[in-house]
Design a protein around this ligand. Structure first.
Ligand SMILES: [Zn+2]
Length: 412
């Protein structure tokens, strides 16, 4: 009993102390853009206006260029003798906004075609590494030739790749990859990473959520395609039909909104690259660990503690690690204090109830039921807060019965 009271008090104190200081408001919330599917076919006047708007607000973007839209994949570099399918105006636009630091340029695949090797869409995944290297090598070399610039970034079509793609990228001298918000096979020595984030119709909400939760210490990468924007003249594809297109004026209004917020700023790939940690593999790995933690996945903490990573935010290494550690400390303290509280309650019932022996069997049956329920929930991967509570109460009953039995025997 004494032990339970001490445990309850201690864990409650630690929980209250760690709730006091949320550290995610030290830096500015940063927003950068990624624009995919720039090709011979995308609408130039819309792109011109978009880049100019981003520039005039002091922002930046990573632009994914499709060098050979819908061309066949060559097996070797020797059998391919085409140059990139971009007309001069398209090339000039890229050069102009690259020169002033507004955009950084990436290859967006080779032909943006699904290789149909796996059960999900990808241009690279599933291919032997040599073939992936050939595609990366030609796309990089030809785009560099056309633009007169060094190209070191890849935005894989459909955001998909495999481990061989990462090795092929390293072999071909790439330094930056931008795909989905997580890439499970990433390793600490892999190249820099820019995770794709909210589509333009969701951007404002993601920023607002971050500001509301005081989660400033993060980066938001708003990912756009021509079909996200009404003026592109392209409709949303089938898999995005539920989303809404935005107008260029909406993007302008978002840019103004972002620049008007305190502690929120637009940034560029150039600025982000000047600080090695910003786009590091370590940052991605820390964020993936936080998003996949047991506490995040099973929502084991009350929402107001704001210890869950918000959708669309790429936290700094420090914040991601700190949130992860706080999740463990807070969840441990919370459930220890609940366990201790229930042990105290059941002990009191057993001590003060006149026929406490009669109570033991129904309590033991209740405990068995609760522990069984928690076990089933763990097995079926549905272990949420309520199952954790059931596990706690079940354990508390068993501990109370044993401790009351021992104290009874010691009295005898
Ligand atoms: Zn694309």
């Amino acid at each position: 009993m004494k032990l339970s009271i001490t445990l309850f008090s201690l864990s409650l104190i630690v929980l209250l102390i760690s709730m006091q200081t949320l550290p995610y408001g030290k830096n500015n919330l940063q927003v950068v853009f990624r624009y995919d599917d720039y090709s011979k076919y995308s609408r130039l006047p819309m792109e011109k206006e978009l880049f100019e708007m981003i520039k005039s607000h002091g922002g930046g973007a990573l632009v994914g260029v499709i060098p050979f839209p819908y061309a066949d994949h060559p097996k070797t570099a020797k059998e391919f003798d085409k140059s990139v399918f971009l007309d001069q105006e398209k090339i000039d636009l890229l050069k102009q906004y690259h020169a002033d630091g507004t955009i950084e340029i990436a290859i967006h695949g080779f032909a943006h075609k699904n290789n149909e090797l796996l059960d999900y869409r990808s241009e690279y995944a599933g291919m032997p590494i040599e073939e992936q290297e050939t595609l990366l090598h030609i796309a990089k070399k030809e785009l560099e030739k056309a633009l007169g610039l060094s190209i070191n970034a890849l935005v894989p079509p459909f955001n998909t790749l495999d481990r061989s793609t990462l090795d092929a990228l390293k072999n071909q001298g790439f330094t930056l990859l931008s795909a989905a918000s997580s890439t499970p096979f990433y390793q600490p020595d892999d190249l820099n990473y820019l995770p794709g984030g909210p589509y333009p119709n969701k951007l404002r909400k993601v920023v607002k959520n971050a500001l509301q939760a005081n989660h400033y210490d993060a980066l938001i990468v708003s990912t756009q395609h021509p079909y996200d924007i009404e003026e592109s003249g392209v409709e949303l594809p089938e898999f995005r039909k539920k989303d809404k297109q935005v107008k260029l004026s909406d993007i302008k209004s978002d840019l103004t909104y972002i620049t008007n917020q305190k502690k929120t700023e637009l940034t560029s790939i150039k600025k982000l690259s000047s600080e090695p940690e910003n786009l590091s593999a370590e940052r991605l790995i820390a964020n993936m660990r936080l998003r996949n933690s047991f506490v995040s996945k099973h929502r084991l903490l009350p929402g107001p503690l704001a210890l869950y990573p918000l959708s669309g935010l790429h936290y700094t290494v420090k914040s991601a690690k700190d949130m992860y550690a706080r999740q463990i400390v807070n969840a441990s303290c919370l459930f220890l204090s609940i366990l201790a509280a229930f042990v105290i309650i059941f002990n009191l019932i057993l001590v003060f109830f006149k026929s406490s022996k009669k109570l033991r069997l129904p309590l033991l049956l209740t405990a068995t039921f609760l522990l069984g329920l928690a076990a089933v929930k763990i097995y079926t991967n549905q272990f949420y807060f309520i199952s954790a509570l059931a596990l706690n109460v079940g354990l508390a009953i068993i501990l109370s019965i044993f401790s009351s039995k021992n104290s009874y025997q010691s009295k005898v």
